[in-house]
Design a protein around this ligand. Structure first.
Ligand code: GLU
Length: 421
């Protein structure tokens, strides 16, 4: 493996490029298609003026990157964070292409981001920023073009604003322009929990392979946002023992298992998990390297790097976040024989249920939650089996297998469609 600086190691674009190059080379993908698929199709940068509550005008920079529309409309979330960069959004957009291909849903990949600190902004400021961002992108998004969804620091309310702004421009209500909406305005039942549910389904499949049952399985979750909290909650209900939760501002540990229902209620009341008395306080960085059966990083990128990968003590790494593991850490984990459920498989439950939401919006017919969850389970299980089978037959690790499977599916479509000239 070539040596890289830490700065390079934690650049998400480099992280995805390293995996893409390896998988493309193993696939013997022809040089031309490698060039097509390595880079995004379209990158849009917008500088959006927003009137702040104090009367001043601020300009925020936003991105929307459409990596591929080969298999269908571009699809992917929108994140708000001070650390957003174009390279990060590019990487996340390409991960969406691979993710949708791994679960075999008819979408390409995209991602959006706005450089801002949403925790320092009022609801009014967030609304005005979201609406202006949407207005700037109005000709590039749409149910048949590019369909945004929630990601870090965006939620159902953000999607409602996008849907409304787009609809005002179209002079008609267009619910299918975004997914992850509130249920009464075209959202899908089960979407909120879907990423967490998909993680649980992947973990169920993985522990079965390792001969474990949920009640024997100790889980540590990093991140208690939409993804981490729902994964922990659903897995606790299914009998898994959640022994640790790590948040940026502190962690919790209880070797006998944390009562997730009580923690959930505590967080509802207090807006934080800090101060919960049903577990001991723990250092979040220590929790990542604490002994457990499943570690679920469900926060941000670059949590498992060449610096800490050797110290991990989990049997299964279930990647709830996008890009939580660097390419340099991959080799260390492979040596340690950690069973990795790669992000583009593990967290694909969210976009899969987004697909159901898009279908329901276009049908104008809404499914029962049990139908949504059954369909999700069916797709996640099939994708898990596809990836594991691919890894066994091609003698590569799960991550390389997932990339190979995805790249192969997208490349096949491009060959079939041909290049328009
Ligand atoms: N932001 C989520 C992801 O990274 C969901 C994307 C979607 O539903 O389109 O997968």
């Amino acid at each position: 493996m070539k040596t890289v600086s830490l700065e390079q190691e934690i650049n998400p674009w480099e992280a995805q490029a390293a995996r893409f190059d390896l998988a493309a080379q193993k696939l013997n993908l022809d040089e031309g298609l490698q060039k097509v698929l390595r880079y995004p199709t379209r990158e849009i940068i917008v500088h959006i003026p927003v009137a702040l509550d104090n009367g001043k005008l601020e300009v925020f920079t936003g991105f929307r990157v459409q990596h591929s529309i080969a298999r269908g409309p571009a699809k992917g979330g929108l994140r708000y964070s001070p650390d957003v960069t174009l390279d990060e959004v590019r990487a996340l957009a390409s991960w969406m292409t691979w993710k949708c291909a791994v679960v075999n849903i008819p979408f390409g990949g995209a991602k959006g981001g706005i450089i801002c600190d949403p925790h320092k902004m009022s609801q009014g400021e967030l609304e005005r920023m979201t609406r202006r961002y949407t207005a700037e992108l109005v000709e590039f998004i749409g149910p048949e073009k590019d369909v945004p969804a929630p990601d870090i620091n965006t939620n159902e309310q953000t999607m409602a604003w996008i849907m409304d702004t787009y609809s005002m421009h179209m002079r008609q209500t267009v619910t299918a322009v975004v997914t992850g909406k509130p249920i009464n305005i075209g959202g899908s039942r089960g979407r909120r929990e879907a990423t967490g549910r998909g993680i649980m389904i992947s973990c169920d499949m993985a522990i079965q392979k390792l001969g474990l049952t949920p009640d024997q399985t100790r889980v540590i979750v990093q991140g208690f946002g939409n993804v981490g909290s729902n994964a922990a909650h659903l897995m606790a209900e299914a009998g898994y023992k959640i022994i640790g939760i790590a948040e940026v501002d502190g962690g919790l540990y209880n070797a006998n298992g944390i009562d997730l229902r009580a923690l959930w209620e505590y967080r509802q009341r207090n807006g934080t998990i800090q101060g919960f008395t049903g577990a001991d306080k723990a250092d979040p960085a220590e929790l990542l390297i604490t002994e457990c059966d499943i570690l679920i990083p469900a926060a941000t990128e670059n949590q498992i790097t060449s610096q800490n990968a050797a110290q991990l003590k989990c049997k299964i790494l279930a990647e709830g976040a996008n890009g939580p593991t660097t390419a340099a850490a991959d080799d260390i984990l492979a040596d340690k024989k950690v069973f990795v459920i790669p992000d583009i498989l593990c967290n694909a439950g969210g976009v899969t249920t987004s697909y159901f939401e898009w279908v329901q919006d276009r049908q104008g017919y809404f499914w029962k939650e049990s139908v949504v969850n059954d369909q999700l389970e069916h797709i996640m299980k099939a994708a898990f089996e596809d990836v594991v089978r691919y890894s066994e037959t091609h003698n590569v690790n799960n991550r390389v297998a997932a990339y190979m499977l995805a790249i192969d599916r997208v490349a096949y479509t491009i060959r079939q469609r041909g290049i328009y000239a």
